[in-house]
Ligand binder design. Structure first.
Ligand code: PDD
Length: 301
């Protein structure tokens, strides 16, 4: 039996709709998700007991599945019902305020071989676990990133805008960053432009301009990224999608990254060099405050 002490007693997994304790949540070694990363997934979190922007995450799940030729066997309503059931059960185990929800659909198990028609049916896994608080020092002081040599998959290979279970490219990048003692890596595309970090979108501030690379650069269209572009424009901030080089990144006035679980996280060092004076900048703080306001408003409606 593997050591599952990390999946403490407060986690649960729904497997094809059956709620299972973590130590019993196992997958066949013949599952194509395990063999080839032949799967798609989504991650969201709860605010006020409700999965945040679930429809947007399910839209992206369907987009990812369609992109790899997978016709999802469950309806959206069924997946939402499984999420509701799982959340109710996991809340009975702990009084955590926020939960992490990961929905994974694999192409299922079958005779070993790359041909997807060998699969004998899909598997749906939903992992529920309390979401630990992110280290407050990360927001106060910012985190450090290093630009890695591991480039993001080109769009014509495995499009990074597909959230598939095949993240080895990004695993190699964060491994290189961790070896240098950094929080995470910045990944470039084959043309040398900045794309994103290994599990978050990246942004720079140049004067009063707020810039994030376009999806065409080869990156995941983050739900947080999309929300922040809209919020910024509504607040008459100068937000732009535009390619930039690692040199522009290092000399920016401010840098930050965005993802569902981390919201807006300041970056204060790139390749060991400080960004501006090395403290989170005012525009980053303002955008985080606006994003928090948006979360609050969304929870009310
Ligand atoms: N990661 N880019 C990549 C490569 C990601 O994996 C993610 C999300 C994002 C941010 O997307 P969003 O704003 O929709 O969370 C950008 C999740 C959190 C994960 O894999 O755990």
């Amino acid at each position: 039996m593997p050591n599952l002490s990390f999946a403490n007693q407060s986690s649960l997994v729904s497997i094809n709709g059956v709620i299972t304790p973590p130590e019993e949540a196992t997958v066949s070694v013949f599952d194509r998700g395990f063999l080839y990363g032949d799967s798609v997934y989504e991650v969201t979190l709860t605010y006020d007991d409700t999965p945040f922007l679930l429809d947007a995450h399910l839209d992206r799940l369907w987009h990812s599945a369609t992109s790899i030729g997978m016709d999802i066997n469950w309806s959206r309503e069924k997946i939402k019902e499984y999420i509701d059931t799982g959340l109710k059960e996991v809340r009975a185990l702990t009084d955590s305020k926020r939960y992490y929800i990961r929905v994974i659909i694999t192409r299922g198990a079958g005779e070993i071989g790359l041909d997807p028609t060998l699969s004998n049916g899909q598997n749906l896994f939903i992992i529920f676990k309390p979401l630990p608080e992110i280290n407050p020092a990360y927001y106060k002081d910012g985190v450090d990133l290093v630009v890695t040599d591991v480039i993001r998959n080109p769009k014509m290979a495995m499009d990074p805008n597909v959230k598939s279970g095949n993240y080895l490219n990004n695993v190699m990048a964060i491994r290189a960053a961790k070896e240098k003692g950094a929080y995470d890596a910045v990944m470039l595309n084959e043309k040398g432009f900045v794309t994103e970090s290994t599990s978050a979108n990246i942004w720079i501030v140049l004067g009063d301009k707020i810039i994030t690379p376009p999806i065409e650069a080869g990156l995941l269209g983050g739900i947080t990224r999309k929300s922040l572009i809209r919020i910024g424009l509504e607040n008459e901030l100068k937000i732009k999608e535009q390619n930039f080089s690692p040199e522009t990144l290092s000399s920016a006035d401010e840098v930050f990254i965005t993802s569902s679980t981390r919201e807006v996280l300041p970056v204060t060092k790139i390749n060991g060099e400080l960004i501006a004076n090395g403290a989170p900048g005012p525009i980053t703080k303002k955008l985080h405050a606006l994003y928090k306001e948006f979360v609050k408003e969304s929870c009310k409606s």
